[in-house]
Write a protein that binds this ligand. Structure first.
Ligand code: IMP
Length: 178
């Protein structure tokens, strides 16, 4: 195991099982439609690539990049668009794929932004949910795992752009970021 990881919170096998279930559930809900699946860079990329391979409906992919924590583990509360979508979203069924919902600020902002562009529908799928940290009233429609107030890395999630490639979700040792 990576020496900066205190413990594994969600194993590779548990992730795979959850992603499969999410893919099946979403596919059932979107039968006969062609959703635009929107990945929020960079944290959701690994989750998104596994998720869409568990989905059986026709879909398109697009990406957005927003400002994140930088090298800190606390949200600044300011959301800035660094890369916008390539596709027009008007009239489309959107599925936003996020790695983790923490304060909820990022998703609240993005959902409003996309709603203003007249999407037909907007749903959110999040691999992880930190309910106890929520500052803005927003809920993901599909959630992989509820987790406690811990800073986690791996499976796409980072601290200072590191650890994204770990195949599991781990709790980062506090002395790495304190
Ligand atoms: P929110 O706007 O506070 O909900 O923050 C959401 C974003 O913060 C996520 O998409 C992640 O990029 C990042 N984030 C929140 N918690 C963690 C964590 O525990 N590990 C890594 N990134 C996190």
């Amino acid at each position: 195991m990576n020496p900066d990881i205190e413990r594994v919170l969600v194993t590779e096998a548990e992730i795979a099982q959850s992603v499969k279930k999410l893919g099946q559930e979403i596919s059932q809900d979107y039968q006969g439609r062609k959703p635009l699946v929107i990945g929020i860079l960079k944290g959701s990329v690994i989750f998104m690539s596994d998720l869409v391979r568990q989905m059986s409906v026709d879909l398109e992919l697009d990406f957005m990049a927003v400002s994140s924590y930088g090298a800190s583990t606390e949200s600044s509360g300011v959301v800035k668009i660094i890369k916008d979508l390539d596709r027009v979203v008007e009239g489309r069924d959107l599925i936003i794929v996020e790695d983790i919902v923490d304060t909820g600020r990022t998703l609240a902002y993005l959902k409003q932004l996309l709603a203003n562009r007249n999407a037909a529908s907007i749903k959110i799928v999040a691999l992880l949910n930190k309910e106890s940290r929520r500052e803005v009233a927003i809920q993901a429609d599909y959630i992989g795992f509820e987790i406690d107030d811990l800073f986690v890395v791996g499976y796409g999630m980072d601290y200072s752009d590191q650890y994204r490639g770990l195949p599991y979700i781990g709790v980062l040792k506090e002395d790495v970021y304190k």
